[in-house]
Design a protein around this ligand. Structure first.
Ligand code: AMP
Length: 127
């Protein structure tokens, strides 16, 4: 079932294919709920993507349809990846793009984790 306004989940999206093992990824963490792998075009010394294993397009979709176990498991994995990459002390940023204004390219909900250098302001100026 789709969430109103979001359309149907596309099983052909890149992250779905990575989850099925059809495309390679530099995996850094995996458990029952989540997979983390290095972004193919890193924008910081550490740039990891963390995705839930379920078929969710966006945070709204995940929040509406994800089970409590899926949601808790996913966010625990985000925290664990940041911890295991030893980013707590220097600091890091998580970011998730949703929809057109944010420039979401891959329609499978994901969190970017950036670290390894001072990250500057939160948002770039509008184009
Ligand atoms: P977003 O704009 O938030 O949808 O981000 C999608 C991200 O996926 C971008 O940072 C891309 O560099 C990254 N990406 C696209 N294809 C791959 C891939 N095959 N493996 C790893 N990261 C990818």
């Amino acid at each position: 079932m789709a969430v109103k306004g979001l359309g149907e989940y596309d099983d052909g999206n890149i992250f779905a294919r990575i989850l099925r093992g059809e495309l390679p990824a530099k995996r850094v963490y995996e458990d029952h709920w989540a997979l983390a792998f290095h972004d193919i075009a890193p924008q910081a010394p550490v740039h990891v993507l963390i995705i839930p294993k379920g078929r969710f397009i966006s945070l709204a979709d995940f929040a509406a349809r994800g089970s409590e176990a899926e949601i808790a498991g996913f966010w625990r994995a985000v925290g664990k990846v940041a911890h295991d990459l030893q980013l707590e002390a220097p600091g890091y940023r998580i970011l998730a793009n949703m929809g057109e204004d944010a420039g979401q390219e891959v329609p499978h909900f994901h969190v970017h984790l950036f670290g390894g250098r001072p990250l500057g302001r939160m948002l770039s100026k509008p184009a």
